[in-house]
Design a binder for this molecule. Structure first.
Ligand SMILES: [Cu+2]
Length: 177
């Protein structure tokens, strides 16, 4: 009887461990954790995905390619202020340095999804293939959170940011996509 309980406890613990670790993805010295995306706004066709990348190696790596079956194009973006206007700009190679993890989050670095094949809805999970210069390609699964979400572990969000996102235009040099 005690043995049975011990076995059951172990099974429950093991299940819990695998569940909690499910959001980490590893390739080489890189660990991508807690990927998530925001539900997209109406039929806008654009979305954004976020995650944290830690580099446990000794050399800088670079994110040089992003692909997904959920959208026609995906690329790393950052926010810049130009003539007092918040704009987004594509980053061809996002540096992943050892030490401080690189954090993609609303209002900062993000993976821009252009030409969504279907609107992103809360609870949807879609794949993202990240290609790094040194570590190679890593396939991750991104979970869609509600439109007001600020990230995993938040409770709600704030509307102002979404208004800001809507007003922001995507001025990028032709051919940079
Ligand atoms: Cu963007």
């Amino acid at each position: 009887m005690t043995k049975l309980i011990a076995a059951m406890t172990f099974a429950i613990l093991a299940g819990w461990v695998s569940l909690s670790a499910a959001e980490d993805f590893k390739v080489g010295h890189l660990v991508v954790s807690q990927p998530w995306a925001r539900a997209s706004i109406g039929p806008s066709g654009a979305g954004a995905a976020y995650f944290t990348i830690a580099n446990h190696g000794k050399e800088v790596d670079r994110l040089v390619g992003v692909k997904t079956t959920a959208a026609k194009r995906a690329s790393a973006h950052t926010h810049v202020i130009e003539k007092g206007m918040a704009r987004m700009r594509r980053i061809a190679a996002l540096e992943i340095s050892p030490g401080e993890p690189t954090v993609l989050k609303p209002g900062g670095l993000h993976i821009m999804l252009m030409g969504l094949k279907a609107p992103l809805k809360e609870g949807m999970v879609f794949p993202l293939a990240l290609t790094f210069e040194k570590a190679g390609t890593l396939s991750i699964r991104v979970r869609t959170r509600k439109i007001t979400s600020m990230g995993p572990g938040d409770h709600g969000g704030h509307e102002d940011h979404m208004k800001q996102m809507k007003q922001m235009d995507h001025k990028m040099p032709k051919g940079s996509m």
